[in-house]
Design a protein around this ligand. Structure first.
Ligand SMILES: [Fe+2]
Length: 415
């Protein structure tokens, strides 16, 4: 009798595994499952400027590009995916070591331009690959203060981009997303994601058209909020940029917090919310119930460890619910909070990645702890937009009740 039951259990397990092998990977905003393995057929579509950059720095494209993790390497069940990096690991906040005046960084730059009053600064005349550790610390502080920092005309290898990312924190290795091949000259370079909208649209079935231009990374979102220690600095280096359009917008979480009334600020201070992953997995208990996301709880108001300023940590794509509220209450309040980022153009910066000198690329480094971003799909894939992205994970999110808002700290009007 017991043998029969064991066999039955085994059969169920096998069935679950077989169902799971149908691989509902990719994203819900895509049609069908994403392909896995090496993408030999996409080599011919790789923009010339991207190919030249990758080959210049020894990236082997002969096996195909981009590399998509094989399905055998991807966790099937959401509980397995949840366990990835599901424990605290050391994080060094580089911005805390920095000279508040940033003399080493600013002194070496030709020009430092604030692009708007509240968010976004461009540094002219510096190569990211040449920065000293002192300058990197100051850059980390500048990003913490200005939310996003831009560098045009960069000659940057993927390896150097990865090295800079590792300086800022543990580099995220995405279990599903397309990436640059894992090694170069035998050296491990895992952790460089490929951001190539046309590839993602066509190959993975991302529903992104002129009439439906809000999807994928073309909607307001924050990267990797479901991690135990979510994303800190993300560095996107675009090596193929449309001649017109393909802009990216960022909005400041510090400024969003300062837009709220004192009553709502007080209500949200100390509360937490549930954040989900962009990519789905399978529910082990209920494999037929459809895709399931990794979900994690974090403070909805975060204190940035370097500036000490409070930031509103929500985004429409991945913040599911405010803990402690009824769903209807949470939905209404979250809708309002998403709108604070999306509607206030004075707390946004819109950046055009051109001009950048031929053969060179443009880099943006932003802090996901204090921002949302949105890539504009106006080029409609007619001109290529390709880049490499390295994300440094930061601290376990926290709220310090003694921390201040940015405007309070800077002595600016709170009206
Ligand atoms: Fe993103």
């Amino acid at each position: 009798m017991s043998t029969t039951i064991q066999k039955s259990d085994h059969d169920i397990d096998e069935t679950v595994t077989r169902l799971a092998s149908l691989k509902p990977f990719g994203r819900l905003d895509r049609v069908g499952a994403a392909p896995r393995g090496k993408e030999a057929s996409w080599i011919d579509s790789l923009p010339e400027s991207s190919r030249i950059r990758l080959e210049k720095y020894g990236i082997d494209l002969s096996q195909g590009y981009p590399l998509v993790p094989d399905s055998s390497e991807i966790p099937t069940f959401v509980d397995e995916a949840f366990e990835i990096r599901n424990k605290e690991y050391p994080y060094i906040e580089r911005a805390k070591n920095a000279d508040p005046e940033k003399k080493a960084l600013f002194g070496a730059a030709k020009e430092v331009k604030d692009l708007t009053a509240h968010i976004g600064t461009e540094i002219v005349g510096l190569q990211l690959s040449d920065l000293t550790d002192q300058q990197k610390d100051e850059l980390a502080l500048l990003i913490a203060e200005r939310v996003v920092v831009f560098f045009r005309d960069q000659d940057l290898s993927p390896q150097k981009q990865l090295e800079l990312g590792k300086y800022f924190g543990q580099v995220e290795i995405h279990p599903q997303a397309a990436r640059v091949p894992n090694t170069v000259d035998g050296q491990d370079i895992k952790g460089i994601s490929v951001i190539w909208q046309e590839y993602q649209r066509q190959r993975s079935g991302l529903r992104l058209t002129y009439k439906n231009s809000i999807n994928g990374n073309s909607q307001w979102h924050t990267d990797l909020v479901h991690e135990y220690q979510p994303a800190g600095i993300t560095h996107l280096h675009n090596d193929a940029i449309p001649s017109v359009g393909g802009d990216t917008l960022w909005a400041s979480g510090y400024a969003a917090y300062d837009k709220l009334s004192p009553a709502i600020q007080q209500f949200l201070d100390g509360k937490t919310a549930i954040y989900r992953s962009a990519h789905p997995y399978v529910d082990r208990q209920s494999p037929l119930s459809g895709p399931k996301f990794i979900e994690r709880e974090h403070p909805i108001i975060r204190t940035h460890p370097a500036t000490g300023w409070k930031s509103l940590f929500v985004n429409r794509a991945m913040t599911v619910k405010i803990v402690g509220l009824k769903k209807e209450e949470s939905d209404i309040l979250l809708e309002y909070l998403f709108g604070v980022f999306e509607k206030h153009v004075d707390i946004q910066v819109r950046f055009n990645w051109q001009p950048t000198k031929e053969g060179l690329g443009t880099s943006a480094l932003w802090d996901n702890r204090i921002s949302q971003h949105n890539a504009v799909w106006d080029h409609e894939g007619k001109q290529a937009r390709h880049g490499t992205r390295v994300t440094s994970l930061a601290e376990v999110p926290f709220f310090d009740p003694k921390s201040k808002s940015q405007r309070e700290s800077l002595g600016l009007s709170l009206d």
